[in-house]
Unconditional design. Structure first.
Length: 498
């Protein structure tokens, strides 16, 4: 692909100046239109060191209103405390804004493959995660444009030598730049594969012959103008495909088949909880030492006991190692992004525990039932959630998901108990009563969710909570077993996906 690019093409500066003068006001108008229509725009500019990516981007920025864009040049990360896509989710553009990246998640892939001598390894799973990430943005309405600025090995060496000889620019030339030129063929192999795997209809690559500066600048600017004009004029944009099968689900067997639970004697409960909490506290220290990230996600019927279960999980832990995230309705900033954005930014780094009291599954539960998103949006969320969870677990994150279930009679009893208790009446809201009137709708949504998103790498644990004692011990034991299994795998030398 890259070797077939004609690097001899040129454009005279006078010709560029004439074209740039005409297109600049059009780009400004398109930027304002994107803001009015709440369309986010993401521009990714990759390429060889020495291909003048920054200067090329600056030509584009001069034609835009700086109040409407963010420019970032992410550094390749030395640490690996998080799955590699997390920092990039955090900088995705909100509705109506533009983010321009000089270097991106692709820089991370190239660094891993060449600098760590992994160029011959199968990176299809990484490319799959990247394509899923970009497709999710596109499905949410983001315009994704990707440019790769290409020069040959000889031209790169000439430019690096020129920079190194200039006292004002020499500091820009790093050992990594020289290594890239020395290993140009290895980088070329990896770049070719990367472009081939990740060039999609919803996030296509534009290869920019960057030997001649004016030609390269015009290629980027004119492509941005053309694509934005197409998108904002209402022309049809490539669809990214369907999701799963068109199967309708009623109440999940996992919910309808829950048997009567019985109960547990107080002494047995106290003894069991004490032992489990002691084990969990010990594991928390091992998690920290061995840098194991853990996520617990709690969903369930209103009044099923999520808060009480979470307190039993965390009450003996060291507070600096865990965070509980109570999830409510998204705020204005969160609504301006992809719905998963607010969760990506809270996922734990190595050695830490994140507990979500409700989670990203709100998309296929409350947002679905209450009509806060379209059918297409919640339907494709099953695939998006599975992709996100696969990326987390492939990194080595322990992800445990709990659905807490009570029957409608027990829910009514708990509602009435809260209502009649002055110290707990605040827990009961008009929304709780309203949701109860939609019991069947929520149960059907939960049933489909459990079927579509219980995967080998992130299965659901359904917990009947008519008996709070049995429920809490089951949850604690599941958490202890899940973390213990992960720690055992690590100590046994098995891979963690890192």
């Amino acid at each position: 692909m890259l070797e077939a690019v004609d690097l001899s093409v040129k454009m005279k500066k006078k010709e560029y100046d004439v074209k740039a003068e005409k297109i600049a006001p059009l780009l400004g108008e398109l930027q304002r239109t994107a803001k009015e229509k709440n369309v986010p725009v993401l521009l990714v500019v990759e390429g060889w060191q020495g291909s003048e990516k920054g200067t090329l981007i600056n030509r584009l920025l001069q034609m835009l209103d700086p109040r409407g864009y963010f420019f970032l040049a992410p550094k390749s990360r030395e640490d690996e405390e998080y799955p590699f896509l997390i920092p990039f989710w955090e900088v995705t553009p909100p509705a109506g804004r533009m983010t321009i990246l000089s270097g991106s998640w692709y820089l991370e892939v190239l660094r891993r493959r060449v600098e760590r001598k992994e160029e011959k390894q199968d990176y299809s799973s990484v490319f799959r995660d990247i394509c899923a990430f970009e497709r999710q943005l596109a499905d949410n309405g983001t315009v994704v444009l990707k440019f790769f600025c290409h020069i040959d090995k000889k031209e790169q060496k000439k430019r690096l030598e020129k920079r190194a000889a200039n006292p004002d620019l020499a500091w820009l030339v790093t050992d990594n730049d020289w290594r890239e030129n020395k290993q140009y063929d290895d980088f070329l192999f990896c770049a070719e594969e990367m472009l081939s795997f990740t060039g999609t209809e919803y996030a296509p690559w534009t290869i920019v012959a960057a030997t001649d500066f004016e030609f390269a600048a015009w290629k980027i600017i004119s492509t941005v103008e053309r694509v934005l004009r197409q998108r904002l004029s209402g022309d049809e944009w490539p669809a990214t495909g369907g999701v799963l099968g068109g199967v309708e689900y009623g109440t999940s067997a996992a919910l309808s088949a829950l048997e009567p639970e019985g109960d547990m004697a107080d002494k047995e409960y106290d003894r069991t909880m004490k032992n489990l909490q002691k084990e969990l506290k010990s594991m928390e220290l091992r998690m920290f030492r061995e840098r194991l990230p853990v996520i617990l996600a709690f969903e369930g019927v209103d009044a099923a006991g999520k808060g009480g279960a979470i307190r039993r999980v965390t009450e003996t832990l060291y507070p600096m190692n865990y965070t509980v995230y109570p999830v409510g309705a998204p705020n204005d900033l969160e609504r301006s992004h992809h719905y998963l954005w607010r969760f990506w930014k809270d996922f734990p780094k190595d050695g830490h525990l994140a507990v979500f009291d409700r989670s990203w599954y709100g998309r296929v539960l409350v947002e679905r039932v209450e009509g806060f998103c379209t059918h297409a949006e919640w339907y494709r969320a099953y695939r998006e959630i599975n992709e996100m969870e696969r990326h987390l677990t492939a990194f080595g994150t322990v992800l445990l998901k709990f659905w807490l279930q009570i029957d409608p009679e027990e829910q009514l009893r708990r509602f009435e108990s809260r209502r009649d208790d002055p110290l707990r009446a605040w827990k009961l809201t008009d929304e709780d009563w309203r949701n109860r009137s939609k019991w069947n709708d929520y149960q059907n949504a939960a049933g489909e969710m459990l079927v579509r998103t219980s995967t080998p790498y992130a299965p659901w644990t359904v917990v009947g909570t008519n008996s709070k004692k049995l429920a809490r011990t089951k949850i604690l034991k599941t958490v202890v077993d899940g973390i213990q299994n992960a720690l055992t795998q690590r100590s046994g030398g098995k891979g963690t996906g890192k």
